[in-house]
Design a protein around this ligand. Structure first.
Ligand SMILES: [Zn+2]
Length: 125
């Protein structure tokens, strides 16, 4: 049982892992499926689908070397993208994706954005 009011870093990490696995379970069946074929996908020891990136030689965070695989058609992924977009002052899609790419590899279908974002995109093609 947790003795403190707030989550410890380890507990937070564990909770995140459970969330990624739940999301991935509804988005992907195996690492061998067609759309993952060229992505060098593997399942890490905790059961999370990850991608081996080109940056393995760099001494970056674990997440950057082995990005967490997500699909943009999942509602929780869309919410996470939107939250990040808003927290970055409604930044453009290029900025948003490059920041998200530090941790995630998001297979894109369509990324829904807010009205402010759409207006911004229309002004800056
Ligand atoms: Zn926006």
């Amino acid at each position: 049982m947790c003795s403190t009011k707030y989550l410890e870093v380890d507990e937070m990490k564990e909770a995140e892992t459970i969330i990624w696995k739940m999301i991935q379970k509804t988005s992907f069946r195996t690492v061998n499926e067609e759309r993952l074929r060229n992505l060098r996908t593997f399942i890490d020891p905790s059961g999370v689908f990850r991608i081996k990136t080109q940056l393995l030689m760099r001494k970056d965070f674990e997440n950057f070397k082995y990005s967490i695989l997500l699909s943009s058609d999942h509602i929780a992924v869309q919410k996470m993208i939107m939250h990040k977009h808003k927290s970055l002052s409604h930044c453009g899609i290029q900025t948003l994706m490059s920041i998200l790419r530090e941790v995630f590899r998001i297979i894109r279908k369509a990324i829904k954005t807010c009205t402010v974002f759409k207006r911004f995109e229309a002004k800056c093609p």
